[in-house]
Design a protein around this ligand. Structure first.
Ligand code: FUL
Length: 451
């Protein structure tokens, strides 16, 4: 395909309504890792743990929900089953579940309690169901897919509205272990059937992995990526001008050039697949009492680099063996919620006039944002009309300085669903110009905010 028509097509690769919902309504949400690991102090359980050890004596899912809400998150994703295979609900298909925990004399259902708490506090609810299962006797056979689908159906049909299903890519069985061929297409079909508004995470799914668990997405975040990376997403363009079979066979989420021009031109076609950044508030995903939560500065910077860099932010908080969030984590999340509100809560450009200056026959343009008076600005937030596609490759920010001269402050890559630019120092100005220096088609901004 011609280079120019390929780029036009790339500019109009669109999200589906489920992707759009999560990007616009739920960009920041919580993970909750809770399983026998919480009681054995492990990260990856072996699958032979006695269900009797799973006994949270003070479980309070409402405490979880309150804390999550106060941090500014909009949803919760619970590990209904981690790699050890223990199910936090009353599954009909295994004894390795709450039926054999002392909690509520074997009648407990933590998925139900968490889902209810979310509803009470206005949070969305989703779950993690580990494909890798070290307990199931079926693992490694075709029957495992039936077992997995039965469990998925239980979770999709008994707990009200689900916004997200999280499929973990980890599998550590090793070279001599049991190998499972997962029927992912069959799993996704069940989500479509029972929860048509839910989206799903998978290394290369509708929401894809950012490539690390350290809270560090790539400096240029593209939601429009090669089909070779995300085969479960619908292909929306023709092949890139430099495509040949196998050209992108070694691409992975951790590559930093994903979605860039130098990458997509080799593709067999492009899909819409925004990234999620998943990270734990502590070093581990599960609770270990000697670990401390990360600093407020690290968490806030991660928020800016994720929600403010076209990815979603999935922040894990692990409950203690008692079934409560640790006071240290609660404090840190409260501070984070306050800091987000204080730093990014009041839009100083709400009364601004925005003038778009564009030259005929080019997609390059400038947005001049005029404030009624001089204000001190620390952050600039931009959002593309992501429902129409992602177009901006790079832009430069200028501000009118005290000599009335346009002075450049920074150059940035990509905008996408949301970009938050933090200035090294607050600037005092009544006019900021965003000059688009490279774009794939006419730039459509959904909003401009300043803080
Ligand atoms: C990984 C898992 O192996 C970890 O235990 C954790 O659940 C993390 C979110 O995903 O792949």
């Amino acid at each position: 395909m011609e280079f120019s028509s390929f780029i036009k097509q790339a500019a109009s690769v669109k999200p589906n309504k489920r992707q759009l919902n999560i990007l616009r309504e739920t960009p920041f949400y919580a993970f909750v890792h809770f399983s026998p690991n919480t009681f054995t102090d492990l990260e990856w359980g072996l699958g032979d743990e006695d269900p009797a050890i799973f006994n949270p004596t003070k479980l309070d899912c409402e405490q979880w929900a309150r804390t999550i809400k106060e941090a500014g998150m909009k949803g919760m994703v619970l590990t209904a089953k981690h790699h050890d295979g223990f199910c936090l609900w009353q599954s009909k298909y295994t004894e390795h579940c709450m039926k054999n925990s002392p909690y509520k004399n074997g009648k407990g259902d933590i998925v139900a309690e968490a889902a209810e708490a979310c509803r009470k506090y206005g949070l969305k609810f989703g779950f993690y169901l580990s494909p890798w299962d070290r307990n199931s006797k079926y693992y490694g056979t075709d029957e495992y897919n039936t077992y997995y689908k039965n469990q998925l159906t239980e979770l999709l049909t008994n707990y009200g509205e689900i916004f997200y299903v999280w499929f973990d890519g980890a599998c550590g069985e090793g070279p001599n272990g049991r190998k499972q061929v997962y029927d992912f297409d069959g799993y996704f079909e069940l989500i479509r059937k029972y929860q048509p508004n839910a989206t799903f995470f998978h290394d290369c799914g509708e929401i894809r992995w950012c490539g690390n668990e350290a809270g560090k997405p790539s400096y240029a975040q593209w939601s429009v990526v090669p089909h070779e990376l995300c085969r479960f997403c619908e292909i929306q363009t023709g092949a890139g001008p430099l495509h040949s079979d196998g050209a992108l066979s070694y691409m992975y989420n951790s590559d930093t050039n994903i979605g860039e021009m130098s990458n997509i031109v080799y593709s067999e076609g492009l899909v819409f697949a925004p990234a999620e950044t998943d990270m734990s508030i502590r070093p581990g995903w599960f609770y270990h009492k000697n670990e401390e939560p990360h600093s407020l500065e690290r968490l806030f910077n991660t928020y800016l680099n994720t929600v403010g860099n076209n990815t979603t932010f999935h922040l894990n908080i692990p409950p203690t063996p008692e079934g409560l969030f640790d006071e240290r984590d609660i404090r840190r999340l409260g501070e984070l919620g306050d800091l987000i509100k204080n730093e990014l809560g009041t839009d100083l450009a709400a009364d601004a006039e925005i003038v778009e200056k564009r030259k005929e026959n080019t997609d390059l343009c400038e947005f001049v944002i005029k404030l009624p008076e001089k204000r001190k600005i620390k952050y600039l937030e931009l959002a593309e009309k992501i429902a129409e596609g992602q177009r901006v490759e790079s832009f430069i920010v200028y501000y009118k300085n005290s000599d009335n001269i346009n002075q450049s402050v920074c150059q940035c890559n990509t905008i996408g669903s949301r970009k938050i630019v933090k200035f090294d120092e607050a600037i005092e100005t009544d006019e900021i110009t965003v000059k688009i220096v490279s774009a794939r088609d006419r730039v459509l901004l959904e909003w401009v905010k300043m803080y």
